[in-house]
Design a protein around this ligand. Sequence first.
Ligand SMILES: [Zn+2]
Length: 896
Amino acid sequence: MVRYGAGALVTAAAIAWMYPLSAPAAAASVDTTTPAMAMAPPAPEPAFSFDSMPGRLPKDVVPERYEIAVTPQIKTMSLAGHESVTLKVRSTTDRLVFNSLNETLSRVRFDGQPVKSVASDDEHQLTTVRLARPASVGSHRLTFDYSGKIETRPQGLFLQPYAYPGGTSGQMLATQMESTDARRMFPCWDEPAFRAVFELTVTLPSGWAALSNMPVSKRTGHGSLETVRFEPTPKMPSYLVAFVGGDLGHLDAESGATKLGVWAVRGQEENGRYALANAAQILADYNDYFGYIFPLPKLDSISIPGGFSGAMENWGAITYMEELLMLPPSSTLSQEQQIYSTQAHEMAHQWNGDLVTMGWWDDLWLNESFASWMAAKETALRNPSWQWWEQEDSSKESAMRADAQPNSPPIQQHVTDELQASNAFDPSITYNKGQSILRMLEAYLGPDPFRDGIRRYMKAHAFSNATTTDLWTALSAATGNDVERIAGDWTRLPGFPLVHVDSTCAADGARTVHLTQTRFLSTGGTAEASHWSIPLLLRIGSHGQPQAQLSSGAAIASGGCSEPLSLNADAIGYYRVQYDAATLKTNTAHFGELPNGDRIALLDDQWALVLAQAQPLDSYLALASRMGGDLDTRAWQQISAALGTIEYDERGSAGHDGFTAYARSVLAPAFAALGWDAKPGQTPDQEELRRTLISELGSWGDEEVIRGARQRFEAFLKDPASLPASDQPAILAVVAYHADANTFEQLHKLARGAKNLSEIERFYVALAQVRDPQLAEKAGEIAFSSEFPPQAVQARLQMVGALAHEHPALGWRLFSAHAHELLKSQGTFEVFVEAQVVPQIFWNSAPLSEIEAWVHGKVPAEMAPEVERGMAGARLRVSQKELLVREADKLARSKS
Ligand SMILES: [Zn+2]
């Protein structure tokens, strides 16, 4: 699954979902826990076995095949169902226990005979059936009728209304089962190790398209309704069952033996051409990479307009929120990137997740980290001009910011209930950290041996489940390494190391470095040694291949003292490096010549060390100011985000204008090299950089940029073709920051005329970037007016986010009053966003005590750890602001 909005998908996203321009995510300031390395690492878990998996359901009765017939009744938002389950009884029992929620069972029969009792308990989401007499070991059949609910949010079977500009409106049905909501549509053994065959039948308004994991086997019309039966699935977990029904159109293609379809609300399907081509390419690549041909006859990609925030890997029937699948005319490059990388993520799950599923939610990372890593690898492979791995550095940084909190969770977390299963989808840790660990491991083991290990793993566990130990076993067998020994601590322990480099210089100029490690903490670290097995990538000088080696206590000969040295070449490693003063000085002097990745790693680490009060601000600025006219996008985006954070924090302080002038001067050479308009030979990546620079310089009051943006806006109003779609967000943002009432009205008119969801998002979000307080109030009213079509939920969320950035109190007032509506599309994840993300976004909007009280009022008491992480992040951000203001003012004084 991908969670969009709360941040799983895009990089800096855990925070940037509502914070488009700067502001790094934060970490904790109060250390209430013992640093991780002081604890003995937990023991590795055993290999997968059905009987040893945690879970609430007894394992003496196992479903083998479900036949489920459902009739949704949209008028009453209810459903009527009939279910027949073939069961294997493994030891004699007179009791069946399975999951159900908000359902009433009737006519319950076991092998055709009435049962003694049926009790459904919604609090524990269980139904217990007592049999009239004990069932013998062997095959049996349970049948019943039931009634249930159609949901209004993406949990189980839900109804999604939509209305497109131009008049198309209607409603459709869709499902979202992961983690534990299949039980809302049909009673079932709703835990991932209970794999079974599902044969689904649904009765719908006639003429509606009907999609599920497998192709339709039979359609029967009766009056205004139609009954659609699907072919039985392979054995799979219940959370992968999918159903979508509505007035849909589609595009088709074939890839090998697999039929590919892209489905959308009728009339929108043409916007799926890009996704269809991507799907064909990705499927062919993955068939090869995994060494296992996609085993289902078809793979559909289905666009859901606004109903849920993200995408879901249902086997053979992937659902996407519309923005993550459809590419309407006048879309932007960043939309293309989001679509490609999301498809690559969900399609990787067709193997890692669907063909092989984690045994229990403790190992969710096997699904999510893997899909994220695979998606980045595939996106980078097929779109080299995007410099995708450099862009993914921001995902790694968002993980490291969260993971530098003293109370951050490890990748593998023990899950005991439904709420914890949902909260395990933590975007920073389960997605971004896990992806980074896999990349580091692949670089150390070698891409080909690593792939061979993945192939072994797929083959060994196909149509079954696995644990982390099973993955390490397969990788060890393929690579000849003890992978558990290298990798185990990275998934079982929270945090990551700071590698301290201590160099000595011999009389002949030869350098030797001694390395030590401690856990890196945003609060400045601990003196206690840590013991991660660190796969270092060492580069001496500015060129040449890096050497891979595992960290050890031994001294390392590392070239000459006058040569730069990188301990994290190409920024692949998930650790930070603190160089001694002499090596940092040499690295700084040679900064301009270093490979991009080495520079990115230096910038990331030095900035993090500044924020942790381990290094002075000018040590970072000395690097940033040496970029000159170099055009590496990620390095510049790192710099502009850091400078943007300082500019934001400095607002209202004496040093603001001085610092801002300095920040503009740092970016000026790159903007001078790129200019306003695309030039032949510029890569898409460099064009993105140009847009970033325009937006930042405009936000920092660069008169020339503001004037240039206004001219382009005027021309755009007269001739929309004059401004490429990808350039529009940056130009509109600059115009909107500085808009007066007249310009605001022009922007509003533009937004009202938006022709598709892409334009709606772009134009309305621009409105919300206005700095004039009265116009901002007006933008807030517009965000909640009936102008918004129901599927534009993300645009509204982004408007509130933009308002919160410029007008914190207004943003908080709007958000706190409408949180449930704004986060409805997050489904079960809403409470996680409220607990852990909201405090870190609104840290400067209201007193922290008020925010904390608000959060506690929204989320279950069980989520105290998540609330504490969110609040610790907010407190840290407050203290970082004080630090940055102090440092920047000091710097301004020294320069004046
Ligand atoms: Zn996923």
